[in-house]
Design a protein around this ligand. Structure first.
Ligand SMILES: [Ca+2]
Length: 537
Protein backbone atom coordinates (compact mmCIF):
# COMPACT_ATOMS: atom_id res chain seq x y z
CA UNK A 1 0.00 0.00 0.00
CA UNK A 2 2.98 2.24 0.40
CA UNK A 3 3.30 2.27 -3.35
CA UNK A 4 -0.32 3.33 -3.56
CA UNK A 5 0.38 6.08 -1.02
CA UNK A 6 3.28 7.23 -3.09
CA UNK A 7 1.08 7.23 -6.14
CA UNK A 8 -1.56 9.32 -4.38
CA UNK A 9 1.11 11.66 -3.16
CA UNK A 10 2.57 12.02 -6.58
CA UNK A 11 -0.84 12.67 -8.07
CA UNK A 12 -1.13 15.75 -5.88
CA UNK A 13 2.03 17.11 -7.38
CA UNK A 14 0.53 17.32 -10.81
CA UNK A 15 0.50 20.84 -12.11
CA UNK A 16 -2.92 22.48 -11.82
CA UNK A 17 -2.24 24.09 -15.14
CA UNK A 18 -2.74 20.68 -16.75
CA UNK A 19 -6.21 20.23 -15.37
CA UNK A 20 -8.28 22.05 -17.98
CA UNK A 21 -6.82 19.79 -20.68
CA UNK A 22 -7.88 16.58 -18.98
CA UNK A 23 -10.61 14.41 -20.40
CA UNK A 24 -11.82 11.19 -18.75
CA UNK A 25 -9.66 9.35 -21.25
CA UNK A 26 -6.42 11.07 -20.47
CA UNK A 27 -7.15 10.94 -16.74
CA UNK A 28 -7.17 7.12 -17.19
CA UNK A 29 -3.97 7.41 -19.15
CA UNK A 30 -2.41 9.38 -16.36
CA UNK A 31 -3.57 6.88 -13.75
CA UNK A 32 -2.17 4.05 -15.84
CA UNK A 33 1.15 5.78 -16.07
CA UNK A 34 1.31 6.25 -12.33
CA UNK A 35 0.14 2.72 -11.57
CA UNK A 36 3.17 1.38 -13.39
CA UNK A 37 5.18 2.81 -10.59
CA UNK A 38 7.06 5.48 -12.44
CA UNK A 39 6.30 8.25 -9.99
CA UNK A 40 9.20 10.31 -11.08
CA UNK A 41 8.35 13.35 -13.06
CA UNK A 42 5.58 15.85 -13.04
CA UNK A 43 3.95 17.37 -14.90
CA UNK A 44 3.27 14.68 -17.46
CA UNK A 45 2.78 15.34 -21.07
CA UNK A 46 1.66 13.22 -23.98
CA UNK A 47 5.20 12.18 -24.76
CA UNK A 48 5.65 10.86 -21.21
CA UNK A 49 2.41 8.94 -21.41
CA UNK A 50 3.40 7.32 -24.69
CA UNK A 51 6.68 6.27 -23.19
CA UNK A 52 5.00 4.77 -20.15
CA UNK A 53 2.46 2.91 -22.29
CA UNK A 54 5.38 1.30 -24.06
CA UNK A 55 6.68 0.27 -20.66
CA UNK A 56 3.27 -1.30 -19.87
CA UNK A 57 3.55 -3.41 -23.00
CA UNK A 58 7.02 -4.42 -21.91
CA UNK A 59 5.63 -5.60 -18.52
CA UNK A 60 2.99 -7.73 -20.23
CA UNK A 61 5.62 -9.22 -22.48
CA UNK A 62 7.67 -10.08 -19.40
CA UNK A 63 4.71 -12.00 -17.83
CA UNK A 64 4.27 -14.22 -20.85
CA UNK A 65 7.96 -14.68 -21.21
CA UNK A 66 8.64 -16.01 -17.72
CA UNK A 67 5.60 -18.40 -17.40
CA UNK A 68 6.48 -18.79 -13.66
CA UNK A 69 3.20 -19.29 -11.60
CA UNK A 70 4.57 -17.29 -8.66
CA UNK A 71 5.69 -14.47 -10.87
CA UNK A 72 2.35 -14.57 -12.66
CA UNK A 73 0.58 -14.14 -9.28
CA UNK A 74 2.97 -11.32 -8.39
CA UNK A 75 2.31 -9.58 -11.68
CA UNK A 76 -1.47 -10.10 -11.31
CA UNK A 77 -1.31 -8.59 -7.80
CA UNK A 78 0.61 -5.71 -9.32
CA UNK A 79 -2.09 -5.37 -11.94
CA UNK A 80 -4.79 -5.25 -9.24
CA UNK A 81 -2.85 -2.56 -7.41
CA UNK A 82 -2.54 -0.65 -10.65
CA UNK A 83 -6.29 -0.84 -11.10
CA UNK A 84 -7.00 0.36 -7.54
CA UNK A 85 -4.54 3.20 -7.92
CA UNK A 86 -5.97 4.07 -11.27
CA UNK A 87 -9.50 4.36 -9.86
CA UNK A 88 -8.35 6.42 -6.87
CA UNK A 89 -6.27 8.80 -8.96
CA UNK A 90 -9.07 9.18 -11.47
CA UNK A 91 -11.43 10.04 -8.62
CA UNK A 92 -9.05 12.63 -7.19
CA UNK A 93 -8.45 14.15 -10.57
CA UNK A 94 -12.16 14.34 -11.30
CA UNK A 95 -12.63 16.29 -8.06
CA UNK A 96 -9.65 18.52 -8.76
CA UNK A 97 -10.89 19.23 -12.26
CA UNK A 98 -13.92 21.12 -10.95
CA UNK A 99 -13.23 24.82 -11.55
CA UNK A 100 -13.72 26.10 -7.97
CA UNK A 101 -11.05 23.74 -6.64
CA UNK A 102 -8.41 25.12 -8.98
CA UNK A 103 -6.60 27.40 -6.60
CA UNK A 104 -4.37 29.26 -9.02
CA UNK A 105 -5.73 32.66 -10.06
CA UNK A 106 -7.39 32.92 -13.42
CA UNK A 107 -5.36 35.11 -15.72
CA UNK A 108 -6.84 36.96 -18.63
CA UNK A 109 -5.15 38.99 -21.31
CA UNK A 110 -6.49 42.37 -22.28
CA UNK A 111 -5.49 43.35 -25.77
CA UNK A 112 -2.65 45.82 -25.75
CA UNK A 113 -1.91 45.52 -22.05
CA UNK A 114 -0.29 43.20 -19.55
CA UNK A 115 -2.15 40.12 -18.31
CA UNK A 116 -4.20 40.99 -15.26
CA UNK A 117 -5.47 38.88 -12.41
CA UNK A 118 -9.17 38.59 -11.78
CA UNK A 119 -9.49 38.77 -8.03
CA UNK A 120 -12.75 38.01 -6.31
CA UNK A 121 -12.43 41.19 -4.25
CA UNK A 122 -12.56 43.51 -7.26
CA UNK A 123 -16.05 44.94 -6.94
CA UNK A 124 -18.45 45.49 -9.77
CA UNK A 125 -19.74 48.94 -10.63
CA UNK A 126 -23.23 49.73 -11.89
CA UNK A 127 -23.64 53.43 -12.65
CA UNK A 128 -27.17 54.52 -13.49
CA UNK A 129 -27.52 58.10 -14.70
CA UNK A 130 -31.02 59.36 -15.45
CA UNK A 131 -31.47 61.98 -18.16
CA UNK A 132 -32.74 65.40 -17.05
CA UNK A 133 -33.56 64.45 -13.47
CA UNK A 134 -32.80 66.93 -10.69
CA UNK A 135 -32.35 66.20 -7.00
CA UNK A 136 -35.76 67.66 -6.16
CA UNK A 137 -37.53 64.70 -7.77
CA UNK A 138 -36.28 62.23 -5.17
CA UNK A 139 -38.25 61.51 -2.01
CA UNK A 140 -34.99 61.13 -0.06
CA UNK A 141 -34.08 64.74 -0.95
CA UNK A 142 -37.39 66.15 0.21
CA UNK A 143 -39.29 65.79 -3.05
CA UNK A 144 -42.98 65.00 -2.67
CA UNK A 145 -44.29 65.01 -6.23
CA UNK A 146 -43.23 61.47 -7.19
CA UNK A 147 -43.06 58.04 -5.61
CA UNK A 148 -39.49 56.72 -5.63
CA UNK A 149 -39.54 53.91 -3.04
CA UNK A 150 -36.62 51.89 -4.42
CA UNK A 151 -34.29 54.88 -4.64
CA UNK A 152 -35.47 56.12 -1.25
CA UNK A 153 -34.67 52.73 0.27
CA UNK A 154 -31.23 52.66 -1.36
CA UNK A 155 -30.61 56.17 -0.03
CA UNK A 156 -31.79 55.27 3.48
CA UNK A 157 -29.58 52.18 3.65
CA UNK A 158 -26.58 53.59 1.79
CA UNK A 159 -24.90 56.87 0.95
CA UNK A 160 -26.84 59.95 -0.09
CA UNK A 161 -24.88 63.02 -1.12
CA UNK A 162 -26.67 66.32 -0.65
CA UNK A 163 -24.23 68.28 -2.80
CA UNK A 164 -23.63 66.56 -6.12
CA UNK A 165 -23.40 68.85 -9.15
CA UNK A 166 -23.49 67.98 -12.84
CA UNK A 167 -23.17 70.14 -15.93
CA UNK A 168 -26.30 71.98 -17.21
CA UNK A 169 -27.01 69.65 -20.18
CA UNK A 170 -26.35 66.19 -21.58
CA UNK A 171 -23.10 66.09 -23.55
CA UNK A 172 -21.08 68.32 -21.22
CA UNK A 173 -22.04 66.12 -18.26
CA UNK A 174 -21.30 62.90 -20.15
CA UNK A 175 -17.89 64.13 -21.25
CA UNK A 176 -17.04 65.20 -17.70
CA UNK A 177 -18.26 62.07 -15.90
CA UNK A 178 -16.48 59.75 -18.33
CA UNK A 179 -13.13 61.60 -18.44
CA UNK A 180 -12.74 63.17 -14.99
CA UNK A 181 -11.95 66.57 -16.50
CA UNK A 182 -13.77 69.87 -16.46
CA UNK A 183 -15.25 70.87 -19.79
CA UNK A 184 -12.90 73.85 -19.92
CA UNK A 185 -10.16 71.37 -20.81
CA UNK A 186 -11.73 68.86 -23.18
CA UNK A 187 -15.30 69.69 -24.28
CA UNK A 188 -15.37 70.18 -28.02
CA UNK A 189 -18.96 70.35 -29.20
CA UNK A 190 -22.42 69.06 -28.48
CA UNK A 191 -22.88 65.36 -29.26
CA UNK A 192 -19.17 64.55 -29.28
CA UNK A 193 -16.58 62.96 -27.04
CA UNK A 194 -13.19 63.59 -28.68
CA UNK A 195 -11.67 60.26 -29.74
CA UNK A 196 -8.44 61.13 -27.99
CA UNK A 197 -10.11 61.00 -24.56
CA UNK A 198 -9.55 58.27 -21.96
CA UNK A 199 -12.71 57.16 -20.12
CA UNK A 200 -13.48 55.28 -16.94
CA UNK A 201 -14.42 52.34 -19.15
CA UNK A 202 -10.88 52.26 -20.56
CA UNK A 203 -9.42 52.25 -17.08
CA UNK A 204 -11.65 49.47 -15.81
CA UNK A 205 -11.18 47.41 -18.94
CA UNK A 206 -7.43 47.56 -18.35
CA UNK A 207 -8.10 46.04 -14.93
CA UNK A 208 -9.91 43.08 -16.43
CA UNK A 209 -13.46 44.37 -16.09
CA UNK A 210 -16.11 43.36 -18.57
CA UNK A 211 -17.78 46.59 -19.67
CA UNK A 212 -21.13 47.49 -21.14
CA UNK A 213 -23.16 50.58 -21.83
CA UNK A 214 -26.90 50.82 -22.37
CA UNK A 215 -28.98 53.95 -22.86
CA UNK A 216 -28.33 57.22 -24.64
CA UNK A 217 -25.01 57.73 -26.41
CA UNK A 218 -24.81 61.10 -28.20
CA UNK A 219 -21.01 61.08 -28.04
CA UNK A 220 -19.91 60.38 -31.61
CA UNK A 221 -21.53 58.64 -34.57
CA UNK A 222 -18.77 56.26 -35.58
CA UNK A 223 -19.98 52.69 -35.49
CA UNK A 224 -17.13 51.65 -33.22
CA UNK A 225 -17.49 54.64 -30.88
CA UNK A 226 -18.67 52.70 -27.78
CA UNK A 227 -15.95 50.09 -28.21
CA UNK A 228 -13.39 52.80 -28.95
CA UNK A 229 -14.20 54.36 -25.59
CA UNK A 230 -13.84 51.10 -23.68
CA UNK A 231 -17.22 49.41 -23.77
CA UNK A 232 -17.29 45.77 -24.88
CA UNK A 233 -21.02 45.77 -25.52
CA UNK A 234 -23.54 48.51 -26.25
CA UNK A 235 -27.27 48.97 -26.71
CA UNK A 236 -27.88 52.60 -27.50
CA UNK A 237 -30.29 55.21 -28.66
CA UNK A 238 -28.82 57.97 -30.84
CA UNK A 239 -25.55 56.29 -31.69
CA UNK A 240 -24.87 56.39 -35.47
CA UNK A 241 -28.35 57.70 -36.22
CA UNK A 242 -30.62 60.40 -34.86
CA UNK A 243 -33.03 57.97 -33.21
CA UNK A 244 -35.85 59.67 -35.09
CA UNK A 245 -37.76 58.79 -38.24
CA UNK A 246 -39.94 60.59 -40.78
CA UNK A 247 -43.38 58.95 -40.81
CA UNK A 248 -46.27 60.45 -42.82
CA UNK A 249 -44.42 63.71 -43.16
CA UNK A 250 -43.73 64.04 -39.45
CA UNK A 251 -40.47 63.66 -37.62
CA UNK A 252 -41.16 61.02 -35.00
CA UNK A 253 -39.03 60.60 -31.87
CA UNK A 254 -38.19 56.89 -31.58
CA UNK A 255 -36.53 56.73 -28.17
CA UNK A 256 -39.39 55.24 -26.13
CA UNK A 257 -42.26 53.18 -27.60
CA UNK A 258 -41.40 50.89 -30.53
CA UNK A 259 -37.96 52.45 -30.66
CA UNK A 260 -35.05 52.52 -33.06
CA UNK A 261 -31.95 51.33 -31.20
CA UNK A 262 -28.46 50.22 -32.09
CA UNK A 263 -26.77 47.16 -30.68
CA UNK A 264 -23.02 47.37 -31.15
CA UNK A 265 -23.63 49.67 -34.11
CA UNK A 266 -26.29 47.52 -35.83
CA UNK A 267 -29.71 49.18 -36.13
CA UNK A 268 -32.87 47.50 -34.83
CA UNK A 269 -36.41 48.80 -35.27
CA UNK A 270 -38.97 47.47 -32.82
CA UNK A 271 -42.66 47.10 -33.70
CA UNK A 272 -44.24 44.89 -31.03
CA UNK A 273 -45.02 47.35 -28.28
CA UNK A 274 -41.51 47.41 -26.84
CA UNK A 275 -40.49 50.21 -24.50
CA UNK A 276 -36.83 51.13 -24.96
CA UNK A 277 -36.04 51.50 -21.24
CA UNK A 278 -37.23 47.92 -20.71
CA UNK A 279 -35.03 46.71 -23.56
CA UNK A 280 -32.06 48.48 -21.99
CA UNK A 281 -32.60 46.79 -18.65
CA UNK A 282 -33.11 43.39 -20.31
CA UNK A 283 -29.76 43.94 -22.04
CA UNK A 284 -28.11 44.84 -18.74
CA UNK A 285 -29.66 41.87 -16.92
CA UNK A 286 -28.39 39.55 -19.64
CA UNK A 287 -24.92 41.11 -19.42
CA UNK A 288 -24.80 40.67 -15.65
CA UNK A 289 -25.96 37.06 -16.01
CA UNK A 290 -23.15 36.32 -18.47
CA UNK A 291 -20.41 38.26 -16.69
CA UNK A 292 -21.22 37.49 -13.06
CA UNK A 293 -18.04 35.46 -12.59
CA UNK A 294 -15.71 38.37 -13.39
CA UNK A 295 -15.58 42.03 -12.42
CA UNK A 296 -17.87 44.15 -14.54
CA UNK A 297 -18.86 47.74 -15.22
CA UNK A 298 -22.38 48.58 -16.27
CA UNK A 299 -22.88 52.17 -17.36
CA UNK A 300 -26.55 52.93 -17.84
CA UNK A 301 -27.09 56.51 -19.03
CA UNK A 302 -30.87 56.17 -19.03
CA UNK A 303 -33.08 57.51 -21.78
CA UNK A 304 -35.65 58.42 -19.13
CA UNK A 305 -36.73 61.08 -18.09
CA UNK A 306 -35.76 63.30 -21.06
CA UNK A 307 -38.58 64.69 -23.16
CA UNK A 308 -40.72 63.85 -25.08
CA UNK A 309 -42.80 63.23 -21.98
CA UNK A 310 -44.68 60.06 -22.85
CA UNK A 311 -46.67 57.33 -21.10
CA UNK A 312 -44.78 54.33 -19.76
CA UNK A 313 -46.04 50.72 -19.68
CA UNK A 314 -47.28 51.52 -16.16
CA UNK A 315 -49.37 54.51 -17.37
CA UNK A 316 -53.09 54.29 -17.89
CA UNK A 317 -52.51 55.87 -21.31
CA UNK A 318 -49.84 53.40 -22.39
CA UNK A 319 -50.30 52.61 -26.06
CA UNK A 320 -48.20 49.67 -27.29
CA UNK A 321 -49.11 50.60 -30.87
CA UNK A 322 -47.70 54.12 -30.62
CA UNK A 323 -45.17 54.93 -33.32
CA UNK A 324 -43.43 57.44 -31.04
CA UNK A 325 -43.76 61.10 -30.26
CA UNK A 326 -44.49 63.60 -33.06
CA UNK A 327 -43.33 66.47 -30.82
CA UNK A 328 -40.07 67.25 -29.04
CA UNK A 329 -41.59 67.97 -25.66
CA UNK A 330 -44.56 65.60 -25.43
CA UNK A 331 -46.95 66.22 -22.53
CA UNK A 332 -45.34 67.11 -19.20
CA UNK A 333 -48.10 65.39 -17.22
CA UNK A 334 -46.34 62.10 -18.01
CA UNK A 335 -43.15 63.23 -16.31
CA UNK A 336 -44.45 61.73 -13.05
CA UNK A 337 -44.93 58.33 -14.67
CA UNK A 338 -41.45 58.54 -16.15
CA UNK A 339 -39.77 59.35 -12.84
CA UNK A 340 -41.59 56.47 -11.23
CA UNK A 341 -40.55 54.16 -14.05
CA UNK A 342 -36.93 55.15 -13.40
CA UNK A 343 -37.44 54.00 -9.83
CA UNK A 344 -39.05 50.77 -11.06
CA UNK A 345 -36.08 50.01 -13.33
CA UNK A 346 -33.52 50.77 -10.63
CA UNK A 347 -35.37 48.28 -8.43
CA UNK A 348 -35.28 45.73 -11.23
CA UNK A 349 -31.50 46.02 -11.63
CA UNK A 350 -31.00 45.82 -7.87
CA UNK A 351 -33.19 42.70 -7.78
CA UNK A 352 -31.09 41.10 -10.52
CA UNK A 353 -27.88 41.81 -8.60
CA UNK A 354 -29.52 40.28 -5.55
CA UNK A 355 -30.68 37.24 -7.52
CA UNK A 356 -27.14 36.66 -8.71
CA UNK A 357 -25.69 37.09 -5.23
CA UNK A 358 -23.75 40.14 -6.37
CA UNK A 359 -25.24 42.93 -4.26
CA UNK A 360 -22.50 42.84 -1.63
CA UNK A 361 -19.78 42.98 -4.28
CA UNK A 362 -21.30 45.75 -6.37
CA UNK A 363 -21.31 49.53 -6.10
CA UNK A 364 -24.77 50.49 -7.31
CA UNK A 365 -24.70 54.23 -7.98
CA UNK A 366 -27.50 56.49 -9.14
CA UNK A 367 -27.35 60.08 -10.36
CA UNK A 368 -28.79 62.41 -12.99
CA UNK A 369 -26.96 64.08 -15.89
CA UNK A 370 -28.46 67.54 -15.31
CA UNK A 371 -31.44 69.28 -13.75
CA UNK A 372 -35.05 68.65 -14.61
CA UNK A 373 -36.40 70.10 -17.84
CA UNK A 374 -38.04 73.50 -17.80
CA UNK A 375 -41.74 72.84 -18.11
CA UNK A 376 -41.66 70.69 -15.00
CA UNK A 377 -42.24 72.13 -11.55
CA UNK A 378 -41.92 69.75 -8.60
CA UNK A 379 -42.60 70.16 -4.91
CA UNK A 380 -39.52 70.23 -2.71
CA UNK A 381 -39.93 70.52 1.04
CA UNK A 382 -43.30 72.18 0.57
CA UNK A 383 -42.10 74.68 -2.02
CA UNK A 384 -42.42 74.59 -5.80
CA UNK A 385 -39.09 73.92 -7.45
CA UNK A 386 -38.92 74.59 -11.21
CA UNK A 387 -36.66 72.48 -13.41
CA UNK A 388 -34.04 74.70 -15.07
CA UNK A 389 -32.09 72.41 -17.34
CA UNK A 390 -29.51 74.41 -19.29
CA UNK A 391 -28.78 76.87 -16.50
CA UNK A 392 -25.96 76.83 -13.98
CA UNK A 393 -28.41 77.23 -11.11
CA UNK A 394 -29.33 74.39 -8.78
CA UNK A 395 -32.36 73.77 -10.98
CA UNK A 396 -29.98 72.99 -13.84
CA UNK A 397 -27.03 71.29 -12.14
CA UNK A 398 -27.98 69.95 -8.69
CA UNK A 399 -28.54 66.20 -9.10
CA UNK A 400 -29.09 63.21 -6.82
CA UNK A 401 -26.20 60.94 -5.90
CA UNK A 402 -27.16 57.74 -4.13
CA UNK A 403 -24.78 54.81 -3.68
CA UNK A 404 -25.35 51.36 -2.27
CA UNK A 405 -23.17 48.37 -1.43
CA UNK A 406 -24.63 46.41 1.49
CA UNK A 407 -22.06 45.66 4.16
CA UNK A 408 -19.55 48.13 2.74
CA UNK A 409 -21.36 51.47 2.42
CA UNK A 410 -22.92 52.47 5.74
CA UNK A 411 -26.13 54.49 5.87
CA UNK A 412 -25.04 58.11 5.75
CA UNK A 413 -26.11 61.52 4.49
CA UNK A 414 -23.05 63.34 3.17
CA UNK A 415 -22.46 67.07 3.05
CA UNK A 416 -19.25 66.83 1.04
CA UNK A 417 -19.16 68.43 -2.39
CA UNK A 418 -19.12 66.06 -5.36
CA UNK A 419 -18.99 66.92 -9.05
CA UNK A 420 -18.93 64.90 -12.23
CA UNK A 421 -15.14 64.96 -12.51
CA UNK A 422 -15.00 62.80 -9.36
CA UNK A 423 -16.47 59.60 -10.79
CA UNK A 424 -13.48 58.46 -12.86
CA UNK A 425 -11.00 58.64 -9.96
CA UNK A 426 -13.54 56.96 -7.69
CA UNK A 427 -14.00 54.10 -10.14
CA UNK A 428 -10.24 53.77 -10.55
CA UNK A 429 -9.83 53.45 -6.79
CA UNK A 430 -12.56 50.81 -6.64
CA UNK A 431 -10.84 48.82 -9.38
CA UNK A 432 -7.29 49.38 -8.14
CA UNK A 433 -6.40 51.25 -11.32
CA UNK A 434 -3.76 53.94 -11.46
CA UNK A 435 -4.91 57.33 -12.69
CA UNK A 436 -1.43 58.15 -14.00
CA UNK A 437 -0.69 59.83 -16.34
CA UNK A 438 -4.18 61.29 -16.75
CA UNK A 439 -4.87 64.95 -16.12
CA UNK A 440 -7.80 64.98 -13.72
CA UNK A 441 -9.88 67.62 -11.98
CA UNK A 442 -11.72 65.16 -9.78
CA UNK A 443 -10.87 63.22 -6.67
CA UNK A 444 -12.13 59.88 -5.42
CA UNK A 445 -15.11 59.89 -3.06
CA UNK A 446 -14.67 56.19 -2.29
CA UNK A 447 -13.46 56.92 1.27
CA UNK A 448 -16.65 58.88 1.95
CA UNK A 449 -18.71 55.99 0.58
CA UNK A 450 -17.05 53.79 3.16
CA UNK A 451 -17.78 56.23 5.97
CA UNK A 452 -14.26 57.65 6.09
CA UNK A 453 -13.23 61.31 5.93
CA UNK A 454 -11.34 61.09 2.65
CA UNK A 455 -10.20 64.25 0.94
CA UNK A 456 -13.34 66.30 0.36
CA UNK A 457 -13.09 68.94 -2.32
CA UNK A 458 -13.28 72.63 -1.40
CA UNK A 459 -15.19 73.79 -4.47
CA UNK A 460 -17.21 72.70 -7.47
CA UNK A 461 -16.29 74.39 -10.71
CA UNK A 462 -18.50 74.62 -13.78
CA UNK A 463 -17.51 75.77 -17.24
CA UNK A 464 -20.23 75.71 -19.85
CA UNK A 465 -20.31 76.76 -23.49
CA UNK A 466 -22.62 74.45 -25.45
CA UNK A 467 -21.56 75.53 -28.92
CA UNK A 468 -18.13 76.94 -28.10
CA UNK A 469 -19.25 80.38 -29.23
CA UNK A 470 -17.16 83.35 -28.11
CA UNK A 471 -19.02 85.53 -25.66
CA UNK A 472 -21.35 82.80 -24.43
CA UNK A 473 -19.16 81.04 -21.85
CA UNK A 474 -20.62 80.74 -18.37
CA UNK A 475 -18.48 79.70 -15.45
CA UNK A 476 -19.00 79.40 -11.73
CA UNK A 477 -17.33 78.14 -8.58
CA UNK A 478 -19.19 77.21 -5.43
CA UNK A 479 -19.10 75.52 -2.10
CA UNK A 480 -22.08 74.10 -0.21
CA UNK A 481 -23.48 77.54 0.57
CA UNK A 482 -22.03 80.22 -1.71
CA UNK A 483 -21.69 80.47 -5.45
CA UNK A 484 -19.69 82.92 -7.53
CA UNK A 485 -20.10 83.43 -11.26
CA UNK A 486 -17.35 84.59 -13.59
CA UNK A 487 -19.62 87.56 -14.21
CA UNK A 488 -19.10 88.57 -10.57
CA UNK A 489 -22.57 87.67 -9.31
CA UNK A 490 -22.30 86.12 -5.85
CA UNK A 491 -25.13 84.21 -4.17
CA UNK A 492 -25.95 82.60 -0.85
CA UNK A 493 -27.53 79.67 -2.67
CA UNK A 494 -28.38 77.78 0.48
CA UNK A 495 -30.77 80.58 1.38
CA UNK A 496 -31.48 81.75 -2.15
CA UNK A 497 -31.89 78.57 -4.18
CA UNK A 498 -33.31 80.37 -7.21
CA UNK A 499 -30.50 82.95 -7.17
CA UNK A 500 -32.71 86.01 -7.17
CA UNK A 501 -30.73 88.14 -4.71
CA UNK A 502 -27.04 88.61 -5.53
CA UNK A 503 -24.96 89.70 -2.55
CA UNK A 504 -23.52 93.20 -2.87
CA UNK A 505 -19.84 93.60 -2.05
CA UNK A 506 -20.62 96.33 0.44
CA UNK A 507 -22.82 93.96 2.43
CA UNK A 508 -20.41 91.05 2.66
CA UNK A 509 -19.19 89.86 6.04
CA UNK A 510 -15.43 89.25 6.47
CA UNK A 511 -16.08 85.51 6.18
CA UNK A 512 -18.06 85.99 2.97
CA UNK A 513 -15.25 88.11 1.53
CA UNK A 514 -12.74 85.34 2.18
CA UNK A 515 -14.99 82.75 0.54
CA UNK A 516 -15.68 84.95 -2.47
CA UNK A 517 -11.94 85.57 -2.94
CA UNK A 518 -11.25 81.84 -2.78
CA UNK A 519 -13.92 81.09 -5.37
CA UNK A 520 -12.61 83.89 -7.56
CA UNK A 521 -9.17 82.28 -7.45
CA UNK A 522 -10.70 79.00 -8.66
CA UNK A 523 -12.34 80.69 -11.64
CA UNK A 524 -9.14 82.54 -12.53
CA UNK A 525 -7.12 79.32 -12.25
CA UNK A 526 -9.29 77.54 -14.79
CA UNK A 527 -9.41 80.56 -17.11
CA UNK A 528 -5.95 79.54 -18.33
CA UNK A 529 -7.46 76.43 -19.99
CA UNK A 530 -10.31 78.26 -21.73
CA UNK A 531 -10.09 77.63 -25.47
CA UNK A 532 -12.91 79.99 -26.39
CA UNK A 533 -11.68 83.54 -26.70
CA UNK A 534 -14.34 86.01 -25.65
CA UNK A 535 -14.66 89.19 -27.73
CA UNK A 536 -13.74 92.49 -26.13
CA UNK A 537 -16.61 93.84 -24.03
CA1 LIG B 1 -29.71 65.46 -19.96
Amino acid sequence: MSQLGALIGSSLLISQSDLPAFSPKNIVDLGTVMAVGTTAATPYDCANIATEKERMHFDTFEIHKTRSPILVIVYRMKAILRLLALLLVASLQADNARPPVVSLPVVSVVEGSKPVRQAQDRPNIVLIMADDLGFETMGSYGGTSYNTPNLDRLAANGARFEHCYAQPICTPSRVQIMTGQYNVRNYKKFGLLPRSEITFAHKLKEQGYATCIAGKWQLGTQKDAPQHFGFDEALLWQHTGSGRKHIDGKRIDKRYENPILEKNGATFEYHNGEFAPDLMVDFIVDFIERKKDQPFLVYYPMILTHCPFMPTPHSEDWNPNSIGSPTYKGDKRYFKDMVEYVDHLVGKIEAELDRQGLLENTYLIFTGDNGTDRPVVSMLNGQPFPGRKGSLTDGGTHVPLIASRPGKIPANVHKDLIDFSDFLPTFCEIAGASTEPLTLDGRSFLPQLHGETGKPRDFVYCWYNRDMQPGTTQASARNQRYKLYASGAFYDVMNDLQETQPLADADLSPEQRVIKAALQAVIEHYDQFDRVVAPAQ
